[in-house]
Design a protein around this ligand. Structure first.
Ligand code: PGA
Length: 253
């Protein structure tokens, strides 16, 4: 059975001291609750804090993810971080194809596919983001856009490898805007993504893949979103920067 996952995407926020405080708060909150065995919490801090987060995580309360990775193996690529480096820091997950990277850094589906390959070659699970922008939703093109992103980023994988992927559906118009997709809107796309996976890899494989919702998810709306049959958790931006808010989502299943 697929896992329930709540992943915090800190984006480019917090100083070292603030990150330390947040991790400390998060640990004490997580120690108080007993999470279901099929639920996983992931924290994705900026690169400089990855080791600190790993020390806190200590293989127990949460897993650590990166927010980006290079599509290249190694060598003269100033400023890049390779999948081999993340593997050597014992990181388990990495976000790929976030809409902010697609919009501001020209990340294409082909680049997403190359990053996915790097991560899988180094035993990390990619958290691959897809989602339409407002104009595409208004034009009724959301299914077409998401299909292209899922196919372009993932459909070169075989069945064994696709099972290692986590998908995050994040309607771009809902990210950081306070405007959340309704459970019906989100469920429709999640079910559609699962149907694409089922058509390509079979129902059994599709049923094993966690599909997260992202976009202004908060404690007050997480419960009804997570109650949808094809929504397996959330990728959380703003609300992951406060331990209490994040925990309100972690405990929403
Ligand atoms: P948000 O961001 O929760 O702040 O909307 C979600 C994301 O971009 O992953």
């Amino acid at each position: 059975m697929r896992k329930h996952i709540v992943a915090g995407n800190w984006k480019m926020n917090l100083t070292f001291t603030e990150a330390d405080e947040l991790l400390d708060d998060l640990m004490s909150e997580l120690e108080k609750v007993e999470l279901p065995r099929d639920e996983k919490v992931i924290v994705c801090p900026p690169f400089p804090y990855i080791e600190m987060a790993s020390d806190y995580a200590n293989d127990s309360y949460f897993a650590v993810g990166a927010q980006n990775v290079s599509d290249k193996d190694k060598g003269a690529y100033t400023g890049e971080v390779s999948a081999a480096m993340l593997e050597s820091c014992e990181i388990d997950y990495c976000i790929v194809g976030h809409s902010e990277r697609r919009a501001y850094y020209g990340e294409t589906d082909a680049l997403v596919a190359a990053k996915v390959d790097q991560l899988l070659a180094h035993n990390l699970s990619p958290i691959v983001c897809v989602g339409e922008v407002l104009e595409e939703r208004e034009a009724g093109r959301q299914l077409e856009v998401v299909k292209k992103q899922v196919e372009g980023g993932l459909f070169h994988l075989d069945a064994e490898n696709i099972k290692k992927i986590v998908i995050a559906y994040e309607p771009v118009w809902a990210i950081g805007t306070g405007k959340t997709a309704t459970p019906e809107q989100a469920q429709e796309i999640h079910a559609y993504i699962r149907s694409l996976l089922a058509a390509k890899y079979g129902k059994e494989v599709a049923d094993d893949i966690s599909i997260l919702y992202g976009g202004s998810c908060k404690p007050s709306n997480a419960k009804e979103l997570f109650a949808c049959p094809d929504i397996d958790g959330g990728l959380i931006g703003g609300a992951s920067l406060k331990a209490k808010d994040f925990m309100g989502i972690v405990t929403a299943f």
